[in-house]
Design a protein around this ligand. Structure first.
Ligand SMILES: [Zn+2]
Length: 136
């Protein structure tokens, strides 16, 4: 989880960025670790279709919103023992009190929040401008 906040060791993403720099590009990715963003890719040209390690959502989910988790994840990383995290560090949902979960598309509880739809629309616009094809 904490790799969401650390740069990848290999310069793969830097090389990719050099390739597209100054060009009209869009990255559609199933990666959830934000390496594109950490390498300096324009946030408005990225669409993380499968979620984001950097966000919490309600595990139910009782509402369609996500929350930044950097502080908690860093604390979990510090306090983990044998790859286990103290369960009291998992925050409760602010609406229903159930445990929060990572915003990852593992099943049909995945939350597609406002940011997800914004990125989906940007991707759709990009396709429309270049091919005349939008998302269906
Ligand atoms: Zn909830």
């Amino acid at each position: 989880m904490v790799n969401r906040y650390e740069r990848a060791l290999k310069p793969v993403y830097d090389d990719l960025l050099n390739l597209v720099e100054g060009k009209d590009y869009f990255v559609l990715t199933t990666n959830v670790d934000h390496q594109f963003q950490l390498a300096g890719f324009d946030k408005k040209r990225l669409f993380y279709t499968q979620g984001d390690y950097g966000l919490w959502q309600c595990s139910e989910p009782c509402h369609q919103r996500t929350y930044d988790n950097e502080t908690t994840v860093c604390q979990m990383f510090t306090e983990q023992r044998d790859m286990r995290v103290p369960s009291e560090l998992v925050p409760p949902c602010p609406v229903c009190g159930r445990p929060m979960a990572m915003n990852l598309r593992t099943d049909n509880t995945f939350v597609q929040d406002e940011g997800w739809y914004t990125a989906a629309n940007r991707y759709s616009d990009f396709l429309y401008q270049h091919d005349g094809i939008g998302l269906v």
